[in-house]
Design a protein around this ligand. Structure first.
Ligand SMILES: [Zn+2]
Length: 371
């Protein structure tokens, strides 16, 4: 039996006409959809803003100087970092001496399979690296390092040109590795079947060694909602956990990072006035601590105050500056909220506020909290 002829649309698997299949056949899309560059970008696991950055990059929508000149919004196409060559996408991410130094550092950490292949076109270079299945050290994927590395190089360039921020290639390198690790941690906790239960860390107040007085500081949650006015506080305890003195400070409108650093500064000045010679300084702001001890590049806005803190620290016989988890610093957090009731400046407290007493007792008893 012969059936009548039926019209159907060949490029479609369901034989019906669709605009998408018409477009694909017109532009000659032959490969499976997974090979398309934007699919590779969306399949890359990482922050959405980095995916958007790569999408713009492939579309030539990132405003490097060459592109800005082409659009008549700049007259000079030279690289803003080295000034030696034209700033195009490849130069910005791959060829500029500054970017190259970062990649050389990253290359030691992770074998970037396609990185030094000079024959690849920029778009292919991006797609190959972002799709790499290679694994770097500590379980971090090379494609994660590559994606985050490109983003940080671009951010550094923007920070330098727009805000005159100067970050060394080593800082970009460490930021990239830290960020890539957190991206991987997030990936592991979201992939079904690969959920890794986070082991809680027990946090408790640790008394200082013998006569060494301990200074806790915390300005967390001390930005007034709406105004961003910063407040802080700190307290001094001896080896038995007894309150020796405290202070609160009404700072000014500033960032939380700067407020934490100002708090450490005021704490050190108070300690000096108390004639304390041996001191442990604790803050729950990791970046502030890392900046002071030189493990993190100091922001230009914090530079002057961090320098003052470093020279103040030298005036003590012995000091130790370290990070504590927020849960182990909750009494100082509470104290910092009392600063809301004080005028601008630093105010010494001889006695602890009444609502703080129970928290000080918990610390003396060694009660721990999960982080
Ligand atoms: Zn350059």
């Amino acid at each position: 039996m012969q059936e009548d002829d039926v019209a159907f649309w060949g490029p479609s698997s369901i034989e019906d006409f669709t605009v998408k299949t018409a477009y694909d056949s017109l532009v000659g899309v032959q490969d499976s959809v997974s090979s398309l560059p934007w699919v590779r970008i969306w399949n890359w696991y990482g922050p959405q803003r980095i995916k958007t950055f790569f999408w713009l990059l492939l579309k030539n929508g990132v405003l490097v100087n060459e592109e800005r000149r082409r659009r008549h919004i700049a007259t000079n196409a030279a690289c803003g970092m080295c000034g030696l060559y034209m700033e195009n996408r490849l130069h910005m991410l791959h060829d500029c001496l500054d970017a190259r130094r970062t990649w050389e550092g990253l290359h030691k950490f992770c074998d970037l399979e396609w990185f030094f292949n000079p024959s690849l076109h920029l778009n292919d270079w991006i797609i190959c690296n972002i799709s790499s299945k290679l694994q770097a050290g500590s379980g971090v994927k090379c494609c994660t390092i590559f994606g985050v590395g490109c983003w940080n190089i671009w951010k550094k360039r923007c920070g330098f040109i727009l805000n005159n921020e100067r970050l060394s290639p080593e800082s970009v390198l460490s930021q990239t590795i830290i960020m890539a690790k957190s991206v991987e941690d997030a990936r592991m906790t979201t992939i079904v079947g690969e959920r890794v239960p986070r082991q809680p860390v027990s946090v408790f107040w640790k008394p200082p060694l013998s006569t060494m007085l301990k200074l806790n500081m915390n300005t967390d949650a001390s930005l007034e909602r709406g105004t961003c006015h910063a407040y802080g506080g700190g307290l001094f305890r001896d080896a038995s956990g007894q309150w020796r003195q405290g202070f609160v400070t009404n700072i000014r409108v500033c960032s939380i990072l700067l407020a934490e650093i100002w708090c450490i500064f005021h704490g050190l000045e108070t300690a000096k006035a108390l004639r304390i010679r041996l001191l442990e300084v604790e803050s729950d702001n990791l970046v502030a601590v890392a900046m002071i001890i030189g493990k993190f590049e100091v922001n230009i806005s914090c530079h002057a105050i961090v320098e003052k803190i470093r020279s103040l620290l030298l005036e003590f016989d012995s000091t130790l500056v370290r990070h504590v988890h927020r849960e182990g610093n909750s009494d100082t957090d509470l104290l910092s909220h009392h600063a809301y009731n004080f005028e601008r400046g630093v105010h010494v407290l001889e006695q602890p506020p009444t609502d703080l007493a129970i928290w000080l007792l918990y610390d003396r008893l060694g009660i721990s909290y999960n982080h």
